[in-house]
Design a binder for this molecule. Structure first.
Ligand code: HAM
Length: 416
């Protein structure tokens, strides 16, 4: 039996890498004053049909449940967030700054950087229309990637503005019901042949191609970059009006993050969706909103591909795995005495391991080294004294077993 295509098993090393990613995500989101929340993994299919757009609806993992409801595994968090915020709007002070880490499911063709399940960090702000919020959000996204050891040489945030395109379409007298389809064509233009895009754009093909080639001008985007420049972060961003985003609900600033070398798919993406809450609540609650999501798959690939980031991850994982104390049982008669001390160590919060069955002393010390123990404690002929060995310095001491707990506490607080 194998896992389904596009689904991963997480062996201990994979779980360590995943936890490392989650820890950085959580740490930096909190640094920006975001609080954690989560929604259900299964939602009514209708939630996504309403506003996410055709691309996501095609990729839904959906089925009819035993109560005859049409349900779908969540492909993204934003519609759930809009639903929850509309229901609980009065309970929270605005702007809301919420983050979430969870698993998402899309029935996509499995390929490099795209699986059928992935984890995302979502960071969203609700109830703030000012550009200051867009700047703060992009800064957060940049700082999260910097926390992995990436620099402006490794990644770039490509920023655009849907208003730039909707203003253009309005100027060209294109009726609003065609905007979605044209925006999708512009979004795909980087990945599709010029002929296919030209066909979709019709008479607008030439002017749009020339904007895409020459770059557009937008005061709002310039202001956004200025805001990031004040923080010393302008080197991480580039204005690129070719970024439109596939999801249908975006209304203003949109952005996507890519590796500079262009080897991988998008690391993160997001933007403003000022109408979604009103649309999903049938107009009963209206609030401006913006956010982004960063996936674990491409991020993991980039970490592995960037020596500095990879080393930082490996060191963090190795340190996190280390145990504090390894108890060596040299004489089986002392096992009971050893276990009494082990229990006390663990009650104090130390990470402790020992051999479950009789083993040669040399092998036990080897295990202590492999587990990265800081101290080994040997229970043997010396009883009621025990031998302690600080593994880094090789320093050995004989300690009265009644003094052991306080001695170890001193040694560990010194070396931590
Ligand atoms: P998205 O661009 O669809 O945006 O996804 C965000 C990130 O999730 C992508 O940049 C990518 O790293 C990762 N991702 C998406 N699909 C897959 C997949 N099949 N396999 C692996 N990784 C994947 C959203 O989901 C929006 N809801 C983000 C947002 C939050 N907008 C506002 N708030």
């Amino acid at each position: 039996m194998q896992a389904l295509p596009g689904f991963r098993d997480f062996l201990p090393d994979d779980c360590s890498a995943r936890n490392y990613i989650f820890a950085r995500w959580r740490e930096i989101a909190r640094r920006y004053g975001f609080v954690e929340w989560d929604g259900p993994v299964l939602e009514p299919t209708e939630l996504y049909k309403k506003k996410s757009g055709a691309e996501i609806v095609d990729q839904l993992f959906n089925f009819i449940d035993k109560g005859e409801r049409e349900v779908a595994l969540r492909p993204e968090l934003t519609p759930s967030l809009a639903r929850v915020v509309a229901a609980h709007e009065r309970e929270f002070k605005k702007p809301l700054k919420w983050f979430s880490i969870g698993q998402f499911f899309r029935y996509e063709k499995q390929q490099r950087g795209r699986l059928r399940e992935h984890f995302q960090l979502n960071c969203d702000m609700i109830g703030e229309a000012n550009l200051a919020a867009d700047i703060e959000l992009v800064a957060l996204c940049i700082d999260i990637l910097r926390a992995f050891g990436f620099t402006e040489k490794d990644f770039v945030v490509r920023i655009s503005d849907r208003d730039f395109w909707t203003d253009f379409l309005r100027e060209k007298d294109v009726s609003a019901d065609r905007w979605d389809e044209l925006l999708q064509a512009i979004d795909k233009s980087g990945r599709e042949s010029r002929e296919t895009t030209a066909q979709k754009l019709g008479a607008l093909a030439e002017p749009i191609f020339s904007i895409l080639q020459g770059g557009g001008k937008s005061q709002k985007l310039d202001n956004l970059v200025d805001g990031l420049r004040e923080r010393g972060l302008a080197g991480y961003v580039a204005i690129d009006v070719g970024i439109v985003r596939g999801l249908a609900y975006y209304t203003g600033i949109v952005f996507e993050v890519f590796d500079r070398a262009g080897k991988f798919r998008a690391i993160a993406g997001g933007g403003r969706y000022d109408n979604l809450i009103a649309q999903l609540s049938d107009g009963s609650v209206s609030m401006s909103a913006l956010g982004f999501a960063m996936g674990d798959v491409v991020l993991g690939e980039l970490v592995n591909d960037t020596p500095r980031a990879r080393e930082a991850m490996e060191n963090a994982i190795a340190n996190n795995r280390k145990i504090d104390v390894y108890v060596v049982i040299a004489k089986e008669q002392r096992r009971g005495d050893a276990l009494a001390q082990i229990q006390q160590f663990r009650d104090r919060g130390y990470r402790v391991d020992y051999p479950l069955t009789s083993e040669k002393v040399g092998k036990q010390f080897q295990t202590a080294e492999q587990l990265g123990a800081r101290v080994a404690v040997l229970f043997g002929d010396e009883w009621p004294w025990v031998k302690t060995k600080t593994l880094a310095s090789r320093e050995e001491l004989l300690i009265d077993n009644h003094e052991l707990q306080s001695h170890i506490e001193r040694v560990l607080s010194r070396s931590s």
